[in-house]
Design a binder for this molecule. Structure first.
Ligand SMILES: [Zn+2]
Length: 123
């Protein structure tokens, strides 16, 4: 009769059956996004940087929600009032507003997620 103490644990030696489900880290995730989301490339373009800055200047570096005046432009976002959802017309020609990072990542993102999507149409 085998004693229980002689049995080796089998869990650690079993091969995984799950494989990799998604990107492993932020670099991989970023590389995947640049291939699948056209807006990822648009945000890195000189055209966007110029457009973004024109919005921040027009709105006088003032968050259009909380009215915070922020001199550090890295803490401001040129926000698409109507979400572009990778549509080039909405991305480039849609109305933009200056938001602080807090307002953009908080309430605004929650609102966008709450809009139901129907087969690529977002409203
Ligand atoms: Zn704000």
């Amino acid at each position: 009769m085998t004693k229980l103490s002689n049995l080796r644990p089998a869990l650690g030696t079993m091969p995984t059956r799950l494989g990799t489900v998604g990107p492993a880290d932020e670099r991989e995730r970023s590389a995947l996004r640049s291939k699948t989301e056209p807006s990822f490339k648009w945000y890195n373009s000189a055209r966007w940087k110029k457009l973004r800055m024109s919005v921040l200047v027009r709105d006088r570096f003032t968050c259009q929600r909380c009215k915070l005046v922020e001199p550090d432009t890295s803490k401001l976002v040129a926000d698409h009032i109507i979400p572009h959802r990778n549509d080039p017309v909405k991305f480039w020609d849609g109305k933009l507003q200056c938001l602080c990072r807090n307002c953009h990542s908080g309430a605004k993102q929650a609102e966008e997620k709450a809009i139901p999507t129907i087969k690529g149409c977002w409203y």
